[in-house]
Design a protein around this ligand. Structure first.
Ligand SMILES: *Cc1c(COP(=O)(O)O)cnc(C)c1O
Length: 399
């Protein structure tokens, strides 16, 4: 018999009743260290007082009015986002996939209103993940997500990861844009080099293409910069964000320059819920904390501390850990054992982590994680590695 919840997830048999900071608690009082943060969503951990207060205060005033009327909290959030980055304008969505969809539509519309409607193709990279709608699975290009869902949406061409020459060879008179995650998340915490980003920016400038960054996972403080691309000096024309900007409230945004957004006039795009007062109150509250003096400095410092501890762990367990990569609090551990085994060994130690492509285990702790919790997580990870290492050595010994 089918489960009441459509069984599209192979869920772990655990449920949490409440959370506090980087910790989650089951109804029977068991505690877990949350180093998955709802897949990079709970940037401020669980039950952050400032977020709880912002949501409760807004809930008592007004939940929803639709985009038929002005939403002052949204105007304020858009202005604040614009002040932090390359963008001049923002469209709010309810999810990451919708933010990427908006970016795709905007890039195509840009060329259409420029008199080049034949320019609608978008170049993406192997290992990409852009969401689960029909267009975003085509953009991600992963067979396992496309399989069985009819013809792949037209207009997406994929090239090998980080391969500028392949992009150059692919660009033609039908190309509209290049779309990439500055740090691939689901693909296994794979950062594009600053050199590649610069080369792609130049390519876009030379050919009149739009550069689109999907910072749904790596954005909003995760890498220790507000947006991951800001460490490269390269700016996109359009950027999708989501996950952490809502701190657990479902929301996303598509940010763009005025030039890139020129085709998106009244009536061209919409969303019933996008940017509603509840989401906007929470988004503003997230920014209050993430933009506070020293917050991102601390994320970078924590990231370095974690990377050092993990480097030692890699030396101790070379049979388990192949590589540690990423930056800030977006860390990937490439494994020699199956990544699912390490995720499950960590779970047994009450440490939550998330698997990713390329046989990687992701560590994505809340950005407010304490030094003690960082240390504790590494201790639990070490125990998990020791246990796996014991069994893998025993397996080798037993031939
Ligand atoms: C999670 C994710 C998405 C999709 O976001 P949803 O909110 O699940 O639609 C898109 N792009 C990237 C890089 C992501 O990590």
């Amino acid at each position: 018999m089918i489960a009441p919840l459509l069984p599209t997830y192979a869920r772990i048999d655990v449920a949490f009743e409440r959370g506090e900071g980087a910790r989650l608690f089951t109804a029977d009082g068991q505690s877990y260290l949350d180093f998955g943060a709802g897949i990079a969503v709970n940037a401020l951990g669980h039950a952050h007082p400032h977020l709880v207060e912002a949501l409760a205060a807004q809930a008592a005033k007004l939940w929803h009015t639709s985009n038929l009327y002005r939403i002052p909290e949204g105007e304020r959030l858009a202005e604040r986002l614009i002040a932090t980055c390359f963008a001049d304008t923002v469209f709010f969505t309810n999810s990451g996939a919708e933010a990427v969809e908006c970016a795709i539509k905007m890039a195509r519309k840009f060329h259409a209103v420029s008199g080049d409607p034949e320019r609608f193709k978008i170049i993406t990279f192997d290992g990409a993940f852009h969401g689960r709608t029909l267009a975003t699975i085509a953009a991600g290009g992963q067979e396992k997500y496309l399989e069985g869902f009819g013809p792949k949406a037209e207009g997406f061409v994929q090239v090998p990861f980080d391969d500028v020459a392949a992009v150059e060879a692919t660009v033609d008179g039908t190309t509209a844009a290049i779309l990439l995650e500055p740090v691939q998340g689901e693909g296994g915490i794979r950062p594009f080099s600053a050199r590649t980003l610069k080369a792609l920016r130049q390519l876009c400038n030379a050919h009149g293409l739009l550069l689109i960054f999907d910072e749904v996972q790596c954005g909003t403080g995760r890498t220790g910069r507000l947006f991951a691309h800001q460490s490269s000096g390269v700016t996109p024309d359009i950027m999708a964000i989501a996950k952490a900007i809502g701190g657990g409230f479902p929301m996303g945004a598509c940010l763009a320059t005025e030039a890139a957004a020129k085709g998106m006039t009244a009536g061209t795009h919409g969303s019933t819920f996008g940017g509603n007062p509840l989401a906007m109150a929470v988004g503003n509250a997230v920014l209050d904390v993430v933009l506070a003096d020293g917050f991102l400095d601390r994320v970078r410092a924590c990231g370095l501390q974690l990377a050092q501890k993990l480097a030692r762990l890699k030396d101790e367990f070379p049979d388990i850990i192949a590589e540690v990569r990423g930056g800030g609090l977006m860390i990937g551990i490439k494994c020699h054992v199956a990544n699912t085994e390490l995720v499950s060994a960590c779970f047994d130690e009450h440490l939550l982590t998330v698997g990713a492509g390329d046989n990687v285990v992701r560590l994505l702790p809340p950005l407010i994680v304490s030094d003690d919790d960082l240390g504790e997580a590494v201790t639990r990870l070490e125990t998990a590695c020791r246990r796996l290492s014991g069994t893998s050595r025993a397996a080798v010994a037993n031939g």
